[in-house]
Design a protein around this ligand. Sequence first.
Ligand SMILES: Cc1cc2nc3c(=O)[nH]c(=O)nc-3n(C[C@H](O)[C@H](O)[C@H](O)COP(=O)(O)O)c2cc1C
Length: 404
Amino acid sequence: MESQLGLIDESFSNRYSNYVYEALDELPNSFTITDPSISGHPIVFASREFLKMSGYSKDEVIGKNGRIFQGPGTCRRSIMEIRDAIRAERTIQMNLLNYRKDGTLFWMLFHMSPVFSKDDGRVIHFVAVQVPLSKKRRRSSCGYRRNGTSLSEDGSQVQDFVFGSCRKEVCSDSLMELGRVLSLEQMLEHDIRESEHEEPCEASDAEKRESMTGMDNIFSLLTHYSELTGRLVCRKRCSVPDVGLLSSSLIISLGRIKQSFVLTNPHLPDMPIVYASDAFLKLTGYARDEVLGRNCRFLSGLSTDASTLCLIRESIEAEQPCTVRILNYRKDKSSFWNLLHVSPVRDACGKIVYLVNVHIEEQGCNGKTQERRGMSPEKRLLSVIGSVKIAVRSSSISAGSSES
Ligand SMILES: Cc1cc2nc3c(=O)[nH]c(=O)nc-3n(C[C@H](O)[C@H](O)[C@H](O)COP(=O)(O)O)c2cc1C
């Protein structure tokens, strides 16, 4: 815990001048800031207004994940959308049901954005502005009672829901940590009663404006106080991370391969993409500077099968190739079935220097491969892998011979 607190302090002190705390504290908005590089992705700053709104003290919130404010009525789909936005390092805005420390629930407009390092384009913090929604209005998206996973009408499955839900750990943790006065049953009865009166909310234009202005204010402070330390932050990813330059000869050779593939460097933190083919950019809709330096996980999303991701991870760890069918997402959020092959690529000395990921979009529904005229998808995969391996190996031989 001690070392975790040290990391949380450093999260801010390494990046901004010391006066940033005071300046952020003076803002009238309700917001929190988290650090994704610290284990558990904890809150490293919580504004006065947020503490007032949630009823928690600063010590109870700093070091905790934002999920402690969720409960049995929080829409599971919304939680997954937040998780997805964090993984894809993008902004998200949604209505969210949360719980105060005393167990009462409230709707808020949740607006979250990544904070990028200007030097290397990495995400260093996430900011979330939480605007409490005051008026009760009908809303269309993920409803509290309309949602299939929400509380049952008669309350008979409530116990099941709570203990079976992804918020199980939150319920038990918060009960233990906060010593809530209400027993779990009382709390649930209370929630059900409240939910019967509470209509899901829609944010008004004024509330949406408040969240935008709050976000603008926070970013201008963070930018200003990062200028004082010289470790600049920005709201948009403004530079490509230093991912270890590929030699121009290798880039030229790889450029001749017309299929969709990326190379990642397994020796750099978080295994970033170091080369992306034109066909990959066309397939996914991203620009090159939006993918270089990022881990490939931004391609997966809400409905991507976790066991397939696990299989890929295990093959990488075992330094073995693998081929899977995986649901991936383009920049415009449309999904496609991808016949994905991941394989280690060795240099002329046999050392693994890259991983190549080859993507073939499947045309058929149900993830079934449709044979095209000519080569089967599997053969096309192998042919790309072969060409990439030859390009890397020849480039390492010519680099070796020019060095000697
Ligand atoms: C900056 C930031 C602030 C967050 N604040 C809240 C919050 O106030 N309430 C909430 O329900 N979730 C909040 N979250 C979302 C959770 O921390 C978590 O990311 C979400 O529940 C999805 O992940 P999980 O499935 O691991 O819980 C916040 C996330 C970030 C990045």
